[in-house]
Every structure is written in structure tokens, then in C-alpha cells.
Ligand binder design. Sequence first.
Ligand code: URP
Ligand code: ZN
Ligand code: ZN
Length: 521
Amino acid sequence: MSLLIKNGTIVNDDSMFKSDVLVLDGKIVEISPSIEPLPGLEIVDATDRLVIPGGIDPHTHMQLPFMGEIAKDDFHRGTEAAVAGGTTMIIDFVIPTKGESLLVAYDRWRGWADPKVVCDYGLSMAITSWGPEVAKEMEMVTKADYGINSFKFFLAYAGVFMVRDEEFYQGMIQCAKLRALARVHAENGAVIAERCEHLLSSGITGPEGHTQSRPEELEAEATFRACTMASQANCPLYVVHVMSKGAAAAIAHHRKKGAVVFGEPIAAGLATDGSHYYHEDWLHAARYVMSPPLSRDPTTPNALMKLLAAGELHLTATDNCTFDCHQKSLGKDDFTKIPNGVNGVEDRMSVVWDKGVHAGIIDPMKFVSVTSTMAAKIFNCYPQKGRIAVGSDADIVIWNDKATRVISKDTHHHAIDFNIFEGMQVHGVPETTICRGRVVWANGQLKTVQGAGRFVPLAPDSQIVFSAVDNRGKALEPVKVERAPYEATSALAAPDANANTVVKAPARTAIPPGGISSIQF
Ligand code: URP
Ligand code: ZN
Ligand code: ZN
């Protein structure tokens, strides 16, 4: 199948230029100012449009079994929503139940996804329990046959997915050895569990209890702790769903000290805030329940976008994990039973354009960086993905930056009966989405084929993630002091000439004197 995209402006993360793009058998084969439209070529007119790499959403949970329910967007509906919104690749999470073999869980996820996906996908693996067998299986799944190059640790959801700090630390040591990226859901699960008990016993049963059980400083504390532990393990760290200024400040603090840490805000956190939890309509409030919760500070969404602009946060995702109104209503008497998760995969690209480019905070190249290129680099599939270049996969979006649309449950492609962005008018519309050379979304219509997407194996040792780590490791090597053997009697004798000789220890990450609340950008 061949396709010619005419008269568009190509946008990569580092350049913008007018050119035509020729696609053959799923790959970009030529980029030139004027390519002749030979017979048999399908022509896509991109006059006055931007031609951008398809979005990569590095954080989704399609059909996740969670809190006694199964997320409504499965790999079919979820990837259809993705391509309708200009996203051409997702990275979902295999999440083994506690004690389950990683390999068994991996096969289950592949069995769910392969026959259903309409766009390409990769997988990240959650580590929900720890032991030598898990460490061994981590090594196995980083081989090419499995294609996993990142592992996620939950510091929340006590008793379900949560790992203890020492397990997280040992897991990161193993990640560093395997040159795999550690990802973290940073909250303080133990304190949250206590606060939930207290709130319920105080009679607070509604969705406002969800946000009160998880004050923002708990996210900041866990983010700071995770960064500190990653630094000690000399393991690069990727913080998923950065929802608050405090968490972002913790990342910035560690990056200033040379730590390799990446921060991922999500569409929900960039476009909405936690005021919804106090809405007088119970169901309205319940729809926004996710963890960490949306920020109660109304200035947070804009601040997170500015941090993307400044390079303090690095890429955007969605954490798409959808439960419908019926599923949300299962927590009507107890907020801890409201399934956690929100939509985003369909609207992320437009939301980021609107709140970022249209708002004058980022330029179109940064938009491409935070919606695809950075993800491709971090997860080691660049320039196969995340770039309009000869040899890259033809995952392309024809983007109309002048058009607007109003987000609504009535027109979206998710499998749920509400949308957390309902009624929001956004600038920036994906008019045509092309996955590996096939038009899958055009003129407001899906043209997808179930199972046409492919699994993209992700290899360890991504350059952008690991290139600094070896030299950093030298500074962290243990220091031994060579001394004469200790004699108990000599200690009581007069001090010798070398009494004041000390070995200089290398600098280590430390909590700033005023504690983590004193962190400044
Ligand atoms: O509330 C959320 N975020 N649900 C999905 C699971 C997770 O924590 O990523
Ligand atoms: Zn999470
Ligand atoms: Zn998640």
C-alpha cells in the first residue's frame, strides 16, 4: 500500500519544514518538497495542515482487572479511541497479581491485546511482589522474545499492587543491572490506608474522602523518597502521573543533583483539577476518582504545562483506565470502593495542543516532543517511532491546528458513558490518522481493523535513559578505609600522628535542611 501526503508542514521535535511524504509498505520512504503523484498512490492533502508523528501514550490500562471490576476500554475500544485522537501507539502495563509469575501474566496480556489492537503497542511490566524468582523472570522478559524494557512499582494500593520500600529498592537494583527503566506510582500507601479508615469512621463516605485521604504532600513525599532510593540504587527513574507541584518539585530537586529522573503529567492533570471531588452531585464527583487524585490547587494544570515547557517534566500520557457510571456507583456508600481511573487516550493530543500550544506555553516542536518523540526515545523505539523521517514507521497524523472541537461522551470512542473533559472546547484536531501506512481515521470516521496493530518489542539500554548512569555509578561506589589492624589496648593510648587523617567520602543525595517542603524550583 502506498500513500502520498502532499503540501503539509512536517513537524518533528527539532524542526518544521514544508514537504511531501511518500509512504510504502508501512514505512516513510521519501521526504521531498514536491513528490510526483504517480498513478496508484493514495493522496492525502495536507495543505495548511501539520504533518506530525502519531502520538505515543506511554501509560494506559486497557481492560485492567482492578478493584473488583474490569476497565471498560479494552484493547479494541481503547486503541480505537487512541487513533481517533491522533495516538498511534500505546504502552500498556502487564500487572501480575501478587505472587503470580511474570511470564504467565505477560501471556495473558498478549492474549488480550494481540487480537484486538488497531494500532501498535508495547508493554511495561509491574512488579507487585518480590523474591529471587521475580528477579529471574525480570531478566527473562527483558530478552527480545518478550520485549519489556521497563518495570513499574506501586507505592500505593496496599495489599493489592503495593511493594514495600526494600522490595522497591531491590527491584531497582535489578532494573539497573538489566538496563531497564524503573517506573513508579508515587504515593504513601500505608498512610493513605490509615487516613481512609479515619475518614470513613468520621462519616466521610463520599468522593471528597478520596482526595482527603491522599493530601498532595503524600505524593510529594513518595516522589522524593522514590527519587532518593533510585539515586542510591543508581537506577534511572520514571515517575508516572505527576499530579501535583510538590511531586514535580521533588523531581526537579533530584535532577538538579544529577539524578536521571523523568516526569510524566497526564491529560487529566493538565486540563482539570480536584474541585470536582466536592461537586454536590455524587456521580459527577465519583467520575474523577483516580490516584493520585487531581490537584486541589486550580493553578496546578497550568504549572505542570509550564514545567513541560521548561524541560522539568518530559512527556505526557493518560493513565487511561476507564470505569463507567455503573462501576463508579459501586462505591456509593464508601469512597474507597469507587474504581480508580479516568479516560484520556482519545483527548490527550488535543488537550496538550490546547493547553500548551494554543495557550502560548509550548511550540509545535515541543508538542511533538512531549506527545511522541520523548516517549520513543525513553522506551527505545526511536526513530522507528516518534519521528517523520525516511525509514521510520508511517505513524502519521494530519493535524489541523486551526480547527476546534468540543469533547463529549456523545461523540467519543471510549466504552464509557461519560467523559471527564465533557464540554471542553479544544483547539487542535487530528483530521487523519495513519498507522503503519494505513489510514485508520479520516473525515470523522474510523477505518480500523481489529488485530491490525502490532506488538513493538522494546529493548533495554535506551541511550537517553542509561548513558549517564555508569559514570554516576563511580561516585556511588563503596569507600573502604585502609587502616592498621585495630588493637583494643592501643585505643587507650595517646593519639598518634595520623589521628586527624580522614578519607573524603563522595557526596550523596541528601534531604535539604528545611525538609522536602523547602524545595524550590
Ligand atoms: O487511578 C488510577 N490511576 N488508576 C489506574 C491504576 C494506576 O494507578 O495507574
Ligand atoms: Zn498509578
Ligand atoms: Zn496507571
